[in-house]
Design a binder for this molecule. Structure first.
Ligand code: SF4
Length: 505
């Protein structure tokens, strides 16, 4: 990396997919509150940039590292920008965004920014589908849901804002005309007083309208040299802990011809690998055509997620031929009954059968994700998980990584009313696991345990009320009122029950 503070080395390594207009107006900072490598593996970042550039906007990217103060495109300082929009995908991104604002000396709240005539801050991304209330003290506006159908309104409103000498109230009011914008300066007071807002997530039901592919290919990505191709949004499965079926709209697929055309073109764009992006790759109805095209193209492939019960020998073969030696799976627990309650009705037997098959196809290691603190989890469930991990190692011969996270109940999910475990409970369960794994055998098994502090922060941020502070300290604890959060989400316009076709989700 160059010692000079510049993105030049990164720019030189980026290969653009297709032509996009350069220049344009207005100048618009796209902020991703994580590092460049993580952001470049996020298809949402690619899609938002593409959508804005196609509309003639001078969008420039900012990442938290390595050079947060200047744009990737032109090394332009953040102080040149009057408009910032940030992708907030996971809960920790919320506080990360605040720390970027602090570093930039931009006031965090929309009230302070109005007083000081500081830049406008808009937010979109994953959090907007689950619980956008926590950002209501900070963002001038929050785009709810998918971007495809609201970009035009957003760009028109922003251009109008600049034409009218940065009249913020005018921008807020124009944005609020579209039901898929939650505009705290206009809406917050009503929400806190308990008045319904009838906001509505924008859900793009026709994915042929989505870009569905990378804008750049770069070696400096969590998915290096990969061309990302989207196949599906939403999920057919109904895992009760998961936000995808509960918050992100109904399952919808990108047309087969578009997906296959993109795969065909990946090498021309200079990709060494394909990354198939879907909440559950194996559920794509044309997955066998995808695999056949990958083979024809003789290109490596990885799947963003794979569910054990939809894993086929063809998928394992193509992964192995791609040089992949680790298979990542998520049994959630070792206990078959509890796993079934998690929405994963497959047995230990099936898991071991699939992992043995994976080994035959050339996979040498499995990484298994488990959760601790699941609803109604007992000591016996924990002991069964310990036994199961040893069994996998013994029966399959695969090197085994057992990675644990802590169950965090999320708003709008069927398990939203379950408890978040105390530190004491998690420590007891962790000790029990370690002790029993030692008994059942840990040779060739690597155990990874979660940080309680991080899970606790995730829980606090996931259940933020409207107008709350996002900075919690030991003295200043988060205010837990999940009943009120649910009520406020209803007032916002988010419904609990997801209809079959994206209305009112
Ligand atoms: S299969 Fe995966 S994405 Fe789908 S609901 Fe279950 S956990 Fe969520």
């Amino acid at each position: 990396m160059s010692s000079r503070k510049s993105w030049v080395d990164f720019r030189l390594k980026e290969r653009k997919v297709g032509d996009l207009p350069s220049g344009g107006d207005p100048l618009w900072a796209l902020v991703y509150p994580q590092g460049y490598e993580v952001g470049m593996a996020n298809l949402g970042v690619h899609s938002v940039y593409r959508a804005l550039r196609e509309r003639g906007v001078a969008a420039e990217r900012f990442f938290k590292s390595p050079f947060p103060d200047i744009s990737v495109e032109n090394d332009r300082p953040i102080s040149d920008f009057r408009l910032l929009t940030a992708s907030v995908v996971y809960e920790p991104d919320m506080t990360s965004l605040l720390s970027m604002l602090k570093k930039w000396r931009i006031p965090a709240t929309w009230i302070e920014r109005e007083e000081k005539d500081s830049p406008i801050l808009g937010v979109g991304g994953g959090i907007s589908y689950i619980n956008p209330l926590g950002l209501s003290k900070y963002a001038d506006f929050i785009a709810l849901g998918d971007g495809e159908e609201i970009f035009d309104h957003l760009v028109d409103a922003v251009r109008d804002f600049f034409r009218h000498h940065g009249n913020r109230r005018r921008l807020w009011e124009t944005l609020a005309e579209n039901a898929s914008f939650f505009v705290p300066p206009i809406h917050l007071e009503q929400l806190v007083k308990g008045r319904p807002l009838s906001r509505k997530k924008s859900i793009c039901l026709d994915l042929s309208a989505a870009a569905g592919k990378s804008t750049w290919i770069t070696p400096r990505s969590v998915f290096p040299d990969s061309f990302l191709v989207e196949t599906q949004r939403g999920c057919y499965r109904k895992c009760p802990f998961c936000t995808i079926p509960a918050c992100f709209g109904p399952p919808r697929t990108r047309p087969k011809d578009l997906v296959l055309k993109d795969i065909d073109a990946a090498k021309e764009y200079g990709a060494l690998r394909l990354g198939i992006i879907a909440p559950e790759s194996g559920d794509y109805p044309w997955i066998s055509d995808v695999i056949a095209t990958v083979r024809q193209q003789d290109i490596s492939v990885s799947f963003a997620s794979l569910r054990l019960d939809s894993l086929t020998p063809e998928m394992l073969e193509v992964l192995s031929q791609s040089g992949q030696r680790t298979l990542t799976v998520a049994p959630e627990t070792g206990d078959d009954e509890l796993r079934k309650k998690c929405g994963k009705p497959f047995t230990q037997e099936l898991i071991i059968e699939k992992l043995k098959l994976a080994r035959e196809k050339g996979i040498t290691k499995t990484k298994m994700y488990f959760m601790l603190g699941l609803p109604n989890e007992t000591v016996e469930h924990i002991l069964e998980t310990a036994r199961f991990i040893s069994l996998v190692r013994r029966e399959t011969g695969l090197k085994t990584v057992a990675s644990f996270s802590i169950f965090v109940p999320k708003p709008q999910t069927p398990w939203q009313d379950n408890e978040f475990s105390s530190l004491e409970t998690i420590e007891t369960k962790t000790r029990l696991l370690r002790k029993n794994l030692l008994k059942t055998g840990t040779s060739g098994v690597e155990l990874r345990f979660p940080s309680y502090r991080e899970a606790d922060e995730e829980y606090n941020l996931a259940w933020c009320l409207a107008d709350s502070d996002l900075v919690f300290t030991r003295k200043k604890k988060a205010r837990h009122d999940t009943i009120l959060v649910k009520r406020q989400l209803e007032l916002l316009g988010f419904q609990r029950n997801i209809p079959d076709r994206g209305e009112g989700v």
